[in-house]
Write a protein that binds this ligand. Structure first.
Ligand code: IVH
Length: 695
């Protein structure tokens, strides 16, 4: 091998070994920084020698292509579910039935944790991960390979030796609790709907069309079943150990049981211990160990007769409802929160529980001093699941959802089809104002060193009532405030000044426009060079952008239609916030091509002259747009080989021009004497008098 190929191979092995230690064995062997350096070095070498890139290289986890949807794949062996039991009596019955059906001979039961995520089937051919398919209806599932490749605990290539030429393993994909909390906190800041529990979050993540987003979410996986494979050992347990030797992550919470007592003690032990698990579990799975015996016991239509799931009851506690707070958030939504007598639940002390909304309170007919049942299911925030009405004191007062904002007294209003009530006084309702300032100052937005307490202080002293006021603060003002010294005041002012240099996407995110989270802001900034251009965009223009749906577009149009918002933005610009792309955010220059500019393309199939990614960049650089699915708005379909028949039919039905690769290349061939047009960005924004000019 050429020295460079050897070096690349050595780096890959080193990186994979660290990956395995970190994600599968959970015992890191290198610092994050050093790991990143290795990865960067490999990326650099591969960029110089693209011919040496292989699909199992650690650099290839996140593919560059978005999916347009998932292909349905048939399972080689159907993915069955398990019979559920909820009592030790049921478990005893299962144990005795198995014993009877096996003619009274001794048998081994493998007890494992039941992971509460999404089941997945992985296929390795010659040790390479080639496919990952969801359970679907048990017969057919979605091919989610591109997304699953981003999961670091799933090896792209098996380790060791002796694995079958073709190996299918099944397991569960999970979002660890810490990642779930992080994701929800982020969504909360971006005013996006929260995921109810890690399972929903994992499932939402796996359905993402963009593997890059999946990679950010840091899913994990445990593998627990190898179907078929008569050449492997006749023991489920030994098969799992083999999987482990091949670098697959299996659960350590697995035990071989030789009696019912051992099974029950496993159940007892994990009832408490699972509270410490980094991922959600909802029970224990019991499996007959011998594959021969499994076959002997056989299957019912939907479930194996050799396995069963024992589900833990979600732990409940009874406690008293002391009072209800009605909290006003950044968007004005009023959230009821229960204050409870402190009570122990699943290892933590619970004092508060979310009451969700007015309907929830009404459905339970909640009264102050009620004895309520609280539960922590997969959810982190405890919820009220019942009221013991028999124990209600005779003089208990019903909980009444206010008709006016508890903070500012303005009337509350409910939007059609939404459960939440909103305070109608967006402009001067204090908690909304301070929450907006806090959001704007956040690390991912303007990054101003300003905590919630300082914001309250500035607010109550009347110094800062809006984001714009931050930019009017003076040293003398700050020095009047308790706790501020010359040094701390100067530091704050410097940090405010520095925020003027923040990327446009961060400031746009900071404005707190509904549904404009970090990712959406980034997408918008790629299209619009400044806030004027964005503010002039129509609903149709916005929805033509991939990833911008009707809800986001509607919210943007609504925001910019408000004269107050327009004045607010003009004011920010007068105060020195450019609200336009910074040099580092500039997309590659575009040169309009008459045949391509403004046209919406859908790219489908496999190409020979250029990669799909190159075509995408090419079309965009010529002023065209890329859409992810065919609709009446599509101008052209650029069709490579293997374009799906359904797509072809749809495009034909809608009368959309289908271009082959060669036809497309001929189309963009420069004609003599043609002058390229100016950049779209400038053309877009030059004559838009929407806002007064800052300068
Ligand atoms: S074995 C034929 N083992 O539970 C048996 N399943 O209700 C195949 N699950 O769809 C499944 N932890 O998603 C097995 N240790 C475990 C499991 C497990 C969670 C899930 C799996 C399955 C569902 C059945």
């Amino acid at each position: 091998m050429a020295p460079i190929a050897t070096e690349i191979q050595r780096l890959r092995e080193e990186i994979e070994a660290h990956n395995y230690a970190y994600y599968v064995l959970s015992s890191p062997t290198i610092s994050d920084y050093d790991f990143d350096q290795l990865l960067k070095q490999l990326e650099r070498l591969e960029a110089e020698h693209p011919e040496l890139i292989t699909p199992d290289s650690p650099t290839q986890r996140v593919g560059r292509d978005r999916t347009e949807g998932f292909t349905q794949v048939a399972h080689r062996y159907p993915m069955l579910s398990l019979g559920n039991t909820y009592s030790y009596d049921d478990v005893r019955e299962f144990y005795e039935r198995v014993s009877r059906d096996l003619g009274g001979k001794p048998f081994t039961i493998i007890a494992e944790l039941k992971y509460d995520g999404l089941s997945i089937s992985l296929t390795y051919e010659k040790g390479l991960l080639i496919r990952a398919v969801t359970r679907g209806d048990g017969q057919m599932g979605d091919d989610v390979t591109a997304n699953v490749r981003t999961i670091r605990s799933i090896p792209l290539r098996l380790r060791g030796t002796g694995y079958p030429e073709s190996l299918e393993v099944r397991g569960e994909i999970l979002l660890p609790f810490v990642e779930f909390d992080r994701l929800n906190a982020e969504r909360h800041r971006a005013d996006l709907p929260l995921f109810a529990n890690p399972r929903n979050a994992a499932s939402g993540t796996l359905k993402q069309l963009d593997p890059a987003i999946v990679a950010e979410r840091r899913l994990d996986a445990y593998l627990y079943y190898v179907p078929g494979q008569p050449s492997l050992p006749d023991s489920h347990y030994e098969r799992l150990q083999l999987c482990k030797s091949w670098g697959l992550k299996i659960s350590e919470a697995t035990r071989r049981c030789h009696s019912l007592e051992e099974v029950l003690s496993f159940l007892d032990y994990w009832e408490q211990a699972r509270a410490e698990a980094p991922v959600a579990t909802d029970g224990v799975v019991l499996k007959v160990d011998s594959i021969t015996e499994q076959e002997e016991l056989g299957y019912t239509a939907k479930t194996p007769r050799w396995a069963i799931a024992y589900k833990y009851q979600a732990e409940q506690a009874k406690t008293r409802l002391i009072s209800v707070d009605f909290q006003v958030g950044r968007t004005g939504a009023v959230t009821p929160v229960a204050n409870l007598d402190a009570v122990a639940l699943s290892g933590t002390t619970v004092r508060r529980a979310s009451l969700h909304n007015a309907d929830f309170i009404e459905a339970f007919d909640l009264h102050i001093d009620d004895q309520v049942l609280v539960e922590k299911g997969g959810e982190i925030i405890p919820k009220i699941v019942g009221v013991v009405t028999e124990e209600r004191p005779s003089d208990a007062q019903p909980v009444i959802f206010p008709s006016h904002c508890p903070a500012c007294g303005s009337p509350l209003e409910r939007n059609e089809g939404e459960a939440a009530y909103y305070c109608t006084n967006q402009a001067t309702c204090p908690p909304q104002q301070t929450a907006r300032i806090e959001h704007f100052s956040g690390r991912k937005a303007a990054d101003i060193r300003l905590g919630a307490e300082t914001i309250d202080l500035l607010f109550t002293h009347g110094l800062v009532r809006s984001i714009a006021d931050l930019y009017r603060l003076k040293l003398e003002d700050l020095l009047q405030l308790p706790g501020f010294k010359e040094r701390s005041a100067t530091r704050l002012l410097e940090s405010i000044e520095a925020s003027k240099e923040r990327p446009f996407r961060a400031l746009l995110f900071g404005l707190g426009i509904r549904f404009v989270g970090e990712t959406v802001a980034k997408t918008l900034v790629q299209r619009y060079a400044n806030i004027q251009a964005l503010g002039a965009a129509t609903f149709e223009e916005l929805t033509a952008i991939p990833d911008i749906g009707a809800v986001i577009a509607e919210s943007l149009v609504h925001y910019f239609a408000s004269p107050e918002n327009r004045e607010f933005i003009a004011e920010l610009q007068r105060l020195g916030l450019p609200l336009s792309r910074r040099p580092e955010e500039e997309p590659l220059p575009t040169t309009d091509h008459a045949a391509i500019s403004g046209k919406a393309f859908v790219i489908s199939g496999v190409f020979t002259h250029h990669s799909r990614e190159e075509y995408k960049a090419l079309i965009e650089s010529l002023g065209g747009k890329i859409a992810s699915s065919i609709s009446s708005k599509t101008s052209y379909v650029l069709a490579g080989a293997n374009m799906g028949p359904a797509k072809l039919a749809k495009a034909t039905d809608l009368g959309i021009t289908i271009l082959s690769e060669d036809e497309f290349l001929a189309l963009i061939e420069p004609h003599e004497g043609e002058q390229p047009a100016a950049s779209t960005d400038e053309a877009d924004t030059a004559d838009l008098p929407l806002f007064s000019n800052p300068s």
